[in-house]
Design a protein around this ligand. Structure first.
Ligand code: SF4
Ligand code: SF4
Ligand code: FES
Length: 237
């Protein structure tokens, strides 16, 4: 279909390509909503729609620009001349480990032994530029090479596991998997156990929340909607 064949729609509109299809969509839509507006039914690569779950990674180029840009489809708005493509599955290396079997007090190579590809980092900073959370990904990779779990935890705490860093890494490093292992080791070895968490786990195991769960399971959709609408919401600061 050419531009002249597109139907008249209320303006302002922007013209973009979605998976090779030329479409016009209202400006201000997110990429995810633009795809739905254009008739695409999203059955995967969509989750929270709020920038938290990391499932909606997408790639795009602008007209006349060679640069391939990663983004979250639920957080990025359409712009004239975008070419959108769905992100391929990223088969990242995820090390299997049982941290209870590791002497965390003495190991100094936990991350590098599970993820030896860390040594291939060429410090290109592509991962940092790809991160929609604006994390200093290359920096936490350097901390990971030093097995500094606390610093990896600090730098990666807002990671949403979207995989866009790994998708762009020329060294095939799965940065977010490395960071997750570091956070788990740090939590297990360096952070005091939370008494509140222990108490909550015990109350769940004792079945104390079962009646409430059963009450929810018995409710119809209208009842659930009313409950949702009546929930306590923290005031925006
Ligand atoms: S560090 Fe990687 S996986 Fe985590 S949010 Fe940034 S790009 Fe996504
Ligand atoms: S993209 Fe890969 S090679 Fe480049 S800095 Fe990040 S981890 Fe290192
Ligand atoms: S749908 Fe969850 S981050 Fe976009």
């Amino acid at each position: 279909m050419s531009l002249s064949e597109l139907p008249d729609l209320p303006s302002p509109l922007v013209t973009i390509h979605i998976l090779g299809r030329l479409v016009q969509v209202p400006e201000g839509l997110t990429l995810m909503k633009a795809m739905e507006y254009a008739g695409f039914r999203l059955v995967h690569g969509v989750g929270c729609r709020g920038g938290f779950c990391g499932s909606c990674g997408i790639l795009y180029r602008m007209a006349d620009d060679y640069k391939l840009r990663p983004a979250l489809a639920c957080q990025t708005t359409v712009a004239e001349g975008m070419y959108l493509a769905r992100m391929p599955f990223v088969p990242t290396n995820r090390a299997h480990h049982d941290l209870t079997q590791v002497n965390l007090a003495t190991t100094t190579t936990l991350l590098a032994s599970r993820y030896p590809e860390l040594a291939r980092c060429v410090a290109c900073n592509t991962c940092t530029k790809a991160c929609p959370q604006e994390l200093q990904v290359m920096d936490y990779v350097q901390f990971a090479l030093r097995d500094d779990w606390a610093e990896v935890t600090r730098e990666s705490f807002d990671c949403i596991q979207c995989g866009l860093c790994a998708l762009r890494c020329p060294a095939d490093i799965a940065q977010f998997q490395v960071a997750q292992l570091a956070r788990r080791a740090h939590a297990l070895h360096n952070v005091a156990p939370s008494p509140q968490l222990a108490a909550r786990v015990a109350s769940i195991k004792a079945g104390e929340h079962r009646p409430e769960l059963e009450r929810l399971l018995d409710m119809d959709v209208d009842g659930l909607r009313a409950l949702h609408a009546a929930r306590e919401i923290e005031e925006a600061s």
